[in-house]
Design a protein around this ligand. Structure first.
Ligand code: NDP
Length: 284
């Protein structure tokens, strides 16, 4: 079997066009959805991510503010900036690019962001809302992975979904979203004994470990949908995922490539969450 490739770039374009229609409808009512992105320090990767988020807003005609603070910004000053943006009616979505410098407590930062504007979905109130089935904002990367499954027509209800990884930003919310979509969900971690026993039983396999090419074709159930969240930079400068694409695509029914799979969806879902926040603020 050769897997159907789930084209994240094409699906991201399609989803952005859908959200642009909703953003334009808000604009007709005089509301421009607004996103504020705060970055503290000079981390080059974070600067690229923030630049891409601001660029995506501009492409869809959203209002955005990019607030770059120096690395020695105090925790109190950052919290004051967040409070100011929480109260700013032009801003519907607010995020602080992680990681923040070590002298700042990232939990305090996440908790300071108003749950109504927390478009990353990391505030514990929104994490709780997701796990009690009253979701307000789904964290962008798992939301993007779910959207890929849905757009590719992968059946989810009643299927066995195995998520490898339990981070707060990918693994755990991914498992919650799959559970909400009525999959039977297993979460595996670095402590799981006999990982292949679980992966070989997965109808849907989501891999988010940060371990390059660790899932090989012999670990995949024939016909399974394989979502590779991993982004790893190899010695030759190329990107690869946590799945060995070449062997996996011979066994899987669907597979996401890296790059060009989950990656393009993350910022797209940030846009979606920002537009939703603006709709809610307008009482829609
Ligand atoms: P973390 O390092 O926070 O979490 C990794 C998880 O994988 C942990 O739960 C860990 O288990 C588990 N794990 C590690 N090794 C193994 C193993 N051998 N077997 C089973 N489980 C294992 O990573 P993130 O969740 O933040 O990111 C995961 C990957 O996704 C990275 O490659 C990252 O770059 C990428 N990513 C991509 C995004 C995108 O936009 N496409 C966005 C965010 C992340 P334990 O808890 O036991 O340590």
């Amino acid at each position: 079997m050769t897997a159907r490739i789930i084209d994240g770039k094409a699906i991201a374009q399609e989803v952005r066009a859908e959200w642009k229609v909703r953003a334009d409808a808000l604009k007709e009512r005089g509301i421009s959805p607004g996103l504020a992105v705060i970055i503290v320090g000079e981390d080059p990767a974070s600067r690229v991510y923030v630049g891409n988020k601001v660029k995506a807003c501009a492409e869809l005609g959203l209002y955005s503010e990019h607030i770059a603070l120096p690395a020695d910004t105090s925790e109190a000053a950052l919290l004051a900036k967040i409070a100011e943006l929480n109260a700013d009616p032009k801003i519907h979505g607010l995020l602080v690019q992680l990681p923040v410098p070590r002298h700042i407590d990232s939990s305090k930062v996440i908790e300071a962001i108003s749950p109504e504007k927390d478009v990353d979905g990391f505030n514990p109130i929104n994490v709780g809302a997701l796990s009690t089935g009253n979701m307000r904002f789904a964290p962008c990367t798992p939301f993007g992975a779910m959207t890929l499954l849905e757009k590719a027509g992968v059946p989810i209800e009643g299927k066995h979904a195995v998520v490898i990884g339990r981070s707060n930003i990918v693994g755990k919310p991914m498992a919650m979203l799959l559970l909400q979509a009525n999959a039977t969900v297993t979460i595996c971690t670095s402590k799981t004994v006999d990982l292949a026993k679980f992966t070989r039983d997965a109808d849907i396999l989501v891999v988010a470990t940060g371990k390059p090419k660790m899932i090989t074709g012999d670990m995949i159930k024939p016909g399974a949908a394989v979502i590779d969240v991993g982004i790893n930079r190899m010695a030759d400068g190329k990107l690869c995922g946590d799945v060995d694409f070449e062997s996996a695509k011979e066994v899987a029914g669907w597979i996401t490539p890296v790059p060009g799979g989950v990656g393009p969806m993350t910022i797209t879902m940030l846009i979606a969450n920002t537009v939703q926040a603006a709709e809610r603020a307008a009482g829609l």
